[in-house]
Each structure stands twice: as C-alpha cells, then as structure tokens.
Write a protein that binds this ligand. Structure first.
Ligand SMILES: [Zn+2]
Length: 345
C-alpha cells in the first residue's frame, strides 16, 4: 500500500489531473499493480477527454456482480507545485488493489467482482457525463457486464485518515462512515453485523442524504444500483497541498481493505436474484445512533459535543418505529454530522 500511495503522490504523477502525463502515469501504475495481483485490467477511454477508467473483472459462479470502486485522479498542479491527493484518493486506490489481491487469491462464492479505478471525478468533470464513474455507468456493457447486473457498488473516497486529531479515543479515530446501506434490501443489516468485525476499524452506518452526492456512487444511485459509500469525511488537509502520505493511517487502511473483502464476500453469496433497490428508505435513527457513539466519548472533553449529544438523544426519541424523523426535523442529523466533521477537522 505504501509503495503504491507514494508512487501515485510522486512528482512523476504531478497531482494526477485527468488526461495529463501525470494522470497517464498514475493509470499505468494502477494497471501494473492489478496485473501483479493476477487481474487483467482494461482501459476505458472517456469520449471527448483524454481521461480513462481502469476496469478489471473477477468472474464468479453467476453473471451478477459486486463493483468495488475508487477514483484515482486528483487536482493536478502548476508551476512546479502539485496536489499530492494522498487521502483523496491514493489511499483508496491502494485499498482497492489490496481488495482485488484478496479476491483474486480466493474467489467468493456466487457473484463475480468488478474492480474499477475511475478517472475524472474531480472538477471540472464532477457530476458531468464525462465524470469517469458516470461514463462507466452509461457504457459498462461495452467493456463488461451492463450496469443492471451490478447488485452492489462499493465506493471509497477519503478513506485514508483517522477521524479527528490524534489523541482522541480510538472509537473516534477508527471510525469509517458507511452511507447508503438503507437504500437496498438487507444491506444495512449486513453492515451492522460486520461493523466491528475487523480490529482497528469501526464502520458506522449513516443515511445517504446526510451529505450531497460527493463522489462516484452518485451515478449508480441515480440508476438505482444498490451502493455503499465509505468515507471518513473531509479532513483539514482536504484539497490542499498538505494532503500527503505521512498523515495516512496505514493500520486503518489495512483494516478497511479486509473489511471490504469481508463485505464483498457477504454480498456475493446472497441468493442469485437481483438485490432490490429501496427508493424511499430513511435511516435517521441509524445516523443518530452513529452520531451518539461518536459524540459520547467526546462529550467529557468538548462542551459542544455534550450539547450536540443531548440534541441527538432528543431527536432519537422523536423517531417513529421505523426509525424516521418527522419531516420538520429531517435535516437535523445532517447538521449534526456536518458540525462533527468540522469540529474534528
Ligand atoms: Zn475524492
């Protein structure tokens, strides 16, 4: 992981802007890394740009698939300075390759696994048709299985750092948020059952709508493909030249790779029918439980966390038996999470 992260954050890759020589070098590194794991990756050029996705397939027993994905591009640079993008998103690519290695070594039962390193996630492509993930979703059938055969899209963005500054209780730092599990049948239960299955990592589910669509899962959500978005949120180094490898939490990254492998195997072996997408799902109580688990250990040291904790407990009491808040309070969990993100960054 260290080797690949350092290569992707090197001067040679110069911030990995889509279509630049640095972006091409980053793509070559990823192709080489996947080949070394025994995969046969293909490049998918994005029409109208010089960007390209890297896609590899590990077929299973049936023609249904789990997609594990992360974008590899970043903000580039100029005049000798560049944005390394270690947490955004070189760390996720290193985890992706590690997951691919584990899956290739021992194939899951049931579904096959697709590995995707997307290009062109960052501006100016963000949320356009040329965004790598969106382009892939539109043209998947030209390079592999059509998107209708994908039963789960696991998306990683900003997964390389410990949550909050060092010195906080481990249950804070080891947190990885998992958004969107409520949008497909059975997925939230799977995430909850695995939440603490890997030492060094605590996966905390939250409703997909606590943030605007901030990464590659958006294209799949819009096409009603079940998804899970893994992120530790934006740190103070987000989109700065200080997003460098020395701030990464390598132990947490290794645990994240093992966790994703475990989650992928659990989804692969589910019954062969398509996993239903759930349009109107809400996981307000789930979000609040995750928030309370984080604010609890912070409350003794941070007065604001104590206030927020009380607010979260009141909101939890206002949820109905399905864990939904009344519509007037729907935006409250998102505000709490946003406050937590900025307090910890
Ligand atoms: Zn990113």
């Amino acid at each position: 992981m260290r080797e690949l992260v350092h290569a992707l954050c090197s001067v040679a890759c110069a911030g990995r802007a889509p279509g630049t020589p640095g972006g091409v070098r980053a793509r070559q590194k990823i192709v080489e890394a996947l080949r070394a794991c025994g995969l046969d990756p293909a490049e998918q050029s994005i029409a109208g740009t010089r960007a390209a996705n890297v896609i590899a397939a590990l077929p299973g027993d049936i023609d249904r698939w789990v997609l594990v994905a992360a974008h590899y591009d970043h903000l580039g640079g100029h005049a000798g300075r560049f944005y390394p993008g270690a947490d955004d998103n070189a760390a996720a690519i290193a985890i992706l390759v590690d997951v691919a290695r584990g899956i290739a070594r021992r194939r899951p039962q049931g579904r096959g696994v697709l590995i995707a390193a997307f290009d062109a996630e960052e501006p100016p492509y963000f949320l356009t048709r040329e965004m790598g993930s969106s382009y892939y979703a539109d043209h998947a059938q030209k390079i592999g299985p059509p998107v209708e055969r994908i039963d789960m899209m696991v998306c990683m963005d900003l997964v390389g750092h410990a949550l909050g500054p060092s010195g906080l209780p481990s249950e804070v730092g080891q947190t990885l948020f998992a958004l969107g599990a409520e949008r497909s049948a059975g997925t939230l239960a799977t995430v909850q059952s695995l939440a603490q299955s890997e030492p060094g990592l605590i996966v905390r589910p939250a409703d997909a709508e606590i943030i605007p669509p901030l990464s590659d899962y958006d294209a799949f959500w819009r096409r009603r493909v079940p998804f899970l978005f893994l992120t530790a949120g934006r740190s103070a180094r987000y989109h700065t030249v200080n997003d460098t490898p020395e701030f990464l939490d390598w132990n947490k990254m290794a645990a994240t790779a093992r966790w994703i492998e475990r989650f992928v195997r659990a989804i692969c072996r589910q019954p062969a029918a398509a996993i239903p997408f759930v349009d109107d799902a809400r996981a307000d109580a789930t979000t609040l439980h995750s928030f309370i688990a984080l604010a609890g250990p912070l409350a003794p040291v941070a007065p604001l966390a104590r206030v927020a904790l009380e607010r979260a407990q009141k909101l939890l009491a206002a949820c109905d038996e399905k864990g939904r808040l009344p519509s007037a309070l729907r935006s409250a969990p998102a505000e709490l999470i946003l406050g937590l993100e900025s307090a910890l960054s």
